[in-house]
Write a protein that binds this ligand. Structure first.
Ligand SMILES: Nc1ccn([C@@H]2O[C@H](COP(=O)(O)O)[C@@H](O)[C@H]2O)c(=O)n1
Ligand SMILES: C[C@@]1(CO)OP(=O)(O)OP(=O)(O)OC[C@H]1O
Length: 159
């Protein structure tokens, strides 16, 4: 049995916030705004995992009205989502993802993101996790550096 899921998330860029993407704190003049640490990539991957199993989305599991998730570490939330996947008897096939950002440059940080995500999802090998990045050629809200978006697709396989 295999299950497929997709996730998409957006967070606004704001001054005075950390820029944490894929579990990596990236030096940048602005950071991502959210109830949690606003890790847009981990949110997209969490949503893809939940979607694959018909379990809704992270807002349903970790509401932004709940003070317990104020400044939450999204890696902890991803690991909680992964526990739900494991409980249902699935393991990771693969995850592919894209960060949509004009700046900062993601490429130097992608290997570390892959390691972190592969660890959280208990991947057998790093090639099961792919992280890409693209600008939008200065077009739209990402191009104007007002926000960063991420999307993810996952394949889960019955263990
Ligand atoms: N924030 C970003 C955006 C892109 N990259 C890398 O640059 C390459 C070229 O991006 P284009 O949008 O001009 O096609 C792309 O392949 C990414 O690897 C990046 O590191 N950070
Ligand atoms: C992650 C949560 C946690 O409260 O808050 P935000 O950081 O605002 O992120 P969002 O992508 O809007 O998802 C909803 C919430 O579950």
């Amino acid at each position: 049995m295999i299950r497929v899921g997709q996730g998409f998330d957006v967070h606004q860029l704001a001054e005075g916030r950390k820029c944490i993407i894929g579990g990596v704190e990236i030096p940048f003049e602005k950071g991502l705004l959210g109830h949690s640490d606003a890790d847009v990539l981990l949110h997209a991957i969490s949503d893809a995992l939940l979607g694959a199993l018909g379990l809704g989305d992270i807002g349903k599991h970790f509401p932004d009205t709940d003070a317990a998730y104020k400044d939450a570490d999204s890696l902890v939330l991803l690991k909680r989502v992964w526990a739900l996947v494991k409980e249902r008897g699935y393991k990771l096939g693969n995850v592919d993802s894209t960060i949509i950002a004009q700046r900062p440059k993601m490429a130097p940080y992608i290997p570390q993101m892959v390691e972190i995500i592969a660890g959280a999802l208990e991947a057998d090998e790093l090639s099961q996790v792919n992280v890409k990045a693209t600008t939008t050629e200065k077009l739209g809200f990402t191009g104007r550096e007002e926000g960063i978006a991420a999307q993810a697709a996952v394949l889960l396989v019955k263990a």
